[in-house]
Design a binder for this molecule. Structure first.
Ligand code: PA5
Length: 427
């Protein structure tokens, strides 16, 4: 991936980051890089995720998913980091069959989806690193029940990806289900390039070896300077802008198929960096659609954000047919891709014009290699930012707190203090 931070630097029009500050920050980037490389070499928790391009065994993934060959759809049951990496890959890349995800425990959505699915031809992929996440276990029990109610053998169609212990591991052992391990040292939100993210893509015919190869090429670009490493340039500029009041970080891809990428990035960023009173609030947007909603705020509202565009240099295109109408001559000989590019350039220029910091991340195409590189690059960017913030990038105590309290509430414990509420009801 290429990262252009020109529109995030201070200039006559923009209060962005002064070049002299970036030069000084680069010494800290060099130290952080050493720390990251050390963590990777020692296989330390979290840093180990950046070793995945060399370590992930795609052959073992292919062997594990082979019994599910022929499935016309894959239903992944998992939440947060156990689903978003896989969903990013299957939404971005061409698949031979449909990918469905059950993460939320919304009764209407779960029952509608199960009613609509042809369970005979649907493989179930259950993923939980801890093996104890209530939403995932509950959804899986409901899915299992639906298979049984329709007399379809779920044990022949289910793949489990989990850690060494936990309720999900016990369930898999009890029913002799095939299990893929979540690799040691890899937190959920950094697991897109492991068994967790790659297995559903592999079932659906995605070239996962090329995804990993793209990530490996990005890994090779990690060096001790933000001026040499696109991922570090992005992590460092986001950090530096946050310190200058850019409280929000808007992820705005200009490809419909990367909409889920923005969701993945929002989780990676929020759960890794939102600690000790620090961290930008990630916002998900989509170009060109959100030019017609959020852009008004970005250009004319408070200058308190960084907008990160993601776009591909090349891709499929559709010519715009000629219209015999006065006033539409500007569309003559154009394409939908050309129009989208013009919309993007207009948005970028409109933000630069008012000094709203923005960064352009460019990949070659929305294909297996480039998406693998993008995921790896953004993970490295967040790890670097975590070093600069000096936070515990790889833990998520606030998320764990919520999981614990929800379980306690279900057990009937009085886990929450009585809270005073202010309810306003329409007469
Ligand atoms: O990144 C994380 O650690 C979390 O988002 C987890 O992935 C999420 O809470 C699901 O956890 P688990 O995989 O243990 O079910």
């Amino acid at each position: 991936m290429d990262v252009d931070i020109g529109n995030a630097l201070a200039s006559a029009a923009s209060p962005g980051v002064p070049r002299s500050y970036l030069d000084r920050l680069d010494a800290r980037v060099a130290d952080a890089h050493e720390r990251i490389e050390r963590g990777m070499a020692d296989g330390e928790f979290g840093y180990a995720a950046l070793n995945l391009p060399e370590r992930v065994d795609t052959g073992a993934i292919r062997d594990a998913v082979a019994p599910l060959d022929g499935a016309e759809a894959v239903l992944t049951v998992g939440i947060g980091g156990s689903a978003l990496g896989a969903a990013t890959l299957t939404d971005a890349l061409d698949t031979e069959g449909e990918a469905y995800y059950l993460d939320n425990v919304d009764p209407a959505q779960v029952s509608d989806l199960l009613d609509d699915l042809d369970l005979e031809s649907t493989a179930v992929n259950v993923v939980s690193r801890s093996g104890t996440t209530a939403e995932t276990l509950a959804n899986f029990l409901v899915v299992r029940d639906a298979y049984e109610a329709r007399d379809v053998d779920w044990t022949e169609r289910t793949l489990v990806t989990t850690g060494e212990s936990g309720n999900l591991r016990d369930l898999a052992d009890e029913h002799d289900l095939p299990v893929l391990p979540v690799p040691e040292g890899v937190p959920g939100r950094f697991s897109a390039l492991s068994t967790v993210g790659l297995a559903p893509a592999a079932i659906l015919g995605v070239d996962v070896e090329t995804v990993v190869e793209g990530a490996r090429r990005e890994r090779e670009s990690l060096a001790g300077s933000l001026y040499e490493t696109p991922a570090y340039a992005y992590g460092a500029i986001a950090y530096a802008l946050d310190a200058r009041g850019a409280n929000a970080n808007v992820a705005m891809p200009y490809h419909e198929s990367l909409e889920t990428y923005a969701e993945w990035y929002a989780q990676l960023h929020a759960e890794s960096l939102g600690k000790d009173g620090l961290g930008q609030t990630p916002v998900r947007a989509l170009g060109a659609t959100d030019q017609h909603s959020q852009l008004q705020l970005y250009r004319a509202g408070p200058n308190d954000k960084l907008v990160t565009f993601v776009r591909a240099r090349d891709g499929p295109d559709v010519p715009i047919p000629e219209a015999d109408l006065d006033g539409l001559d500007y569309l003559a000989d154009s394409t939908l891709g050309g129009l989208r590019d013009a919309e993007f350039e207009a948005t970028e220029a409109s933000l630069a014009d008012v000094g709203l910091p923005n960064v352009r991340v460019t990949i070659d195409r929305v294909d297996a290699a480039s998406v693998g590189g993008l995921l790896y690059g953004m993970e490295a960017a967040v790890v670097l930012a975590g070093e600069l913030y000096d936070v515990e990038t790889f833990t998520q105590p606030a998320v764990e707190w919520g999981k614990e309290v929800a379980r306690d509430l279900l057990r009937g414990a009085d886990a929450l203090d009585e809270k005073e509420t202010l309810r306003v009801t329409r007469e």
